[in-house]
Design a protein around this ligand. Structure first.
Ligand code: SAM
Ligand code: SF4
Ligand code: SF4
Length: 340
């Protein structure tokens, strides 16, 4: 197979990041992602046989690496529900050209042993999701019976295992947790841990998204700035998803992800692979290309590469720039399926 054929889409965007969902299942039922009215015992999750094997994921990742991908993020659903995940990480860490492997998790399965196994396998860094510091708000949003203590422990464990920098994803939804912005900012201020505040997005079709529920990036900045003055910071690299801000008192940085009110499609270099092997070129896609079928039908790497390359070269996605009251109603794939 021809190597390092770096490709561009119709908006001259290269393919740099691959987000791999390793399962569509989760041990949380966050109201903005997997509301339990839908994701209950009647919901048809993927079957074991539907999931790509680690070998299949690694093979697809090699193809993507040859087309320009340098970073891989493992996600889900809850990726730590996937058994023997360190084995996959080890395989991915050995793929030529992959410089960075990270993981997004809700943290409750991240014990000291698991964190060390992930680190030893080649995981570089971790993002842990946490939407509030008080148990009442946390339980209401995540729809779980335990409190934040478990997630805070996971953060400590990630730090101890050197999975740095540790980032915290906080989705801010109006009426649910804007009161948690300041407690969260104060808690992580000066810790070296990077809090990333995310606008509530219209991913999927089940979370009853409406614009009125979006606590905007501008509002987030105003709220934080009143208590803990911040100023914009330089982006680390072109295409960084989170807009960086730093505390004026030297207390470190935060990131704000404003997918709804200040879209960043122009620099979007991300492709997504669902747990059953469908390729999506946008988080808000309605359809994906089935790569598992190709692999299981015996396609060789050249053929898979040609298919991916053709899809990327035709890519026109810029959903967040084109969002309207009509697009919001499209039957988009769920976040838990496509991966965050
Ligand atoms: N279960 C893992 C977790 O929660 O970290 C990984 C998968 S989750 C889908 C990835 C990220 O997507 C999480 O940080 C979550 O908060 C975020 N997310 C899910 N639904 C969202 C939505 N509707 N708007 C914005 N972010 C969302
Ligand atoms: Fe699960 Fe993550 Fe979705 Fe919450 S955001 S339901 S933890 S996949
Ligand atoms: Fe990328 Fe689609 Fe998000 Fe735009 S809307 S930044 S194209 S994933």
């Amino acid at each position: 197979m021809e190597t390092n054929t770096h490709i561009l889409d119709t908006l001259s965007r290269p393919i740099r990041d691959l987000r791999i969902s390793v399962t569509d299942r989760c041990n949380f039922r966050c109201t903005y992602c997997m509301p339990k009215e839908v994701f209950n015992s009647d919901y048809k999750f993927l079957r074991r046989d539907d999931l790509l094997s680690f070998e299949e994921i690694t093979r697809i990742s090699k193809v993507f690496s040859c087309l320009g991908v340098k970073k891989i993020r493992l996600t889900g659903g809850e990726p730590l529900l996937r058994k023997k995940l360190p084995i996959l990480i080890e395989q991915l860490a050995n793929v030529n050209g992959i410089e960075d492997i990270s993981l997004t998790t809700n943290g409750v399965l991240l014990t000291k042993e698991v964190a060390q196994q992930l680190k030893d396998a080649g995981l570089k860094r971790i993002t842990i999701s946490l939407d509030a510091l008080d148990d009442e708000t946390f339980k209401a949003i995540s729809d779980v019976k335990f409190g934040v203590e478990k997630v805070l422990k996971a953060i400590d464990v990630a730090l101890a295992a050197d999975l740095l920098p540790v980032k915290i994803n906080m989705v801010v939804k109006r009426g649910d947790n804007e009161h948690s912005i300041i407690p969260m900012a104060k808690h992580f201020h000066g810790s070296g841990i990077i809090l990333r505040l995310i606008e509530f997005m219209d991913v999927g079709s089940t979370n009853h998204w409406q614009m009125d529920d979006v606590f905007t990036a501008k509002e987030i900045v105003e709220v934080i700035n009143q208590e803990l003055p911040i100023e914009p910071a330089e982006a680390n690299y072109h295409g960084e998803v989170a807009k960086r801000w730093q505390y004026k008192d030297g207390g470190g940085e935060i990131g704000i992800i404003s997918s709804v009110t200040q879209p960043f499609c122009q620099s979007c270099t991300r492709a997504r692979l669902s747990a059953e092997g469908k390729l999506y070129t946008c988080l808000f896609a309605t359809q994906g290309k089935d790569l598992r079928h190709l692999i299981r039908e015996g396609a060789n790497d050249e053929h898979i590469s040609d298919v991916v390359s053709a899809i990327w070269k035709k890519r026109t996605d810029r959903y967040s720039e084109q969002r309207t009251s009509e697009t919001v109603l499209l039957p988009k794939v769920e976040m838990s399926y496509i991966g965050g």
